[in-house]
Write a protein that binds this ligand. Structure first.
Ligand code: ZN
Length: 160
């Protein structure tokens, strides 16, 4: 099994889950809070999701965004899906990037986009990018799980 998103170890990074989708903290974030929403199963393409899965995917994403905004004290964020290598995808398992944003976190707010599309070495999925130390990763995931369990963030996610 070479797909990192199908590796059972992914559960260490999960901070929110619905029946068919996981919200996971990126082991090599390009900015603080950089997370992914992925299907539990090895589904490659966004356009292969059936209507029920699509609904659950978007609802899980909404929950994950709310958790991240709360945890990183902002109301700004970027969302992105790269599908196929031509679009910058390096792992063939559907994943949606969430980046909470803060004023001044990059020289220009739009810089994150060329970062993922113009440089192989900086592609968000790149396994060679600098990883977070284990302790930092555990601390952040614990914090996000705590935020996810707060009553004000307990919103029903419709499942398939
Ligand atoms: Zn996979």
């Amino acid at each position: 099994m070479s797909c990192p998103f199908c590796d059972p170890q992914i559960k260490d990074c999960v901070f929110f889950e619905s029946k068919n989708f996981l919200a996971v903290y990126n082991i090599a974030p390009v900015l603080p809070g950089h997370s992914l929403v992925i299907p539990r199963d090895h589904i490659v393409s966004f356009i292969d999701l059936n209507p029920q899965q699509r609904t659950e995917f978007l609802e899980t994403t909404t929950r994950a965004v709310r958790i991240l905004l709360k945890a990183f004290h902002t109301d700004a964020f970027d969302l992105s899906i790269q599908e196929k290598p031509e679009a910058g995808q390096t792992i063939e398992h559907l994943h949606l990037h969430i980046l909470p944003r803060l004023k001044g976190d990059m020289p220009n707010p739009g810089d994150w986009y060329p970062v993922i599309h113009t440089s192989d070495s900086m592609i968000m999925d790149d396994r060679n990018r600098k990883r977070l130390p284990e302790d930092d990763l555990r601390r952040i995931v614990d914090k996000l799980r705590n935020v996810a369990s707060r009553p004000d963030l307990q919103e029903h996610v419709r499942e398939v």
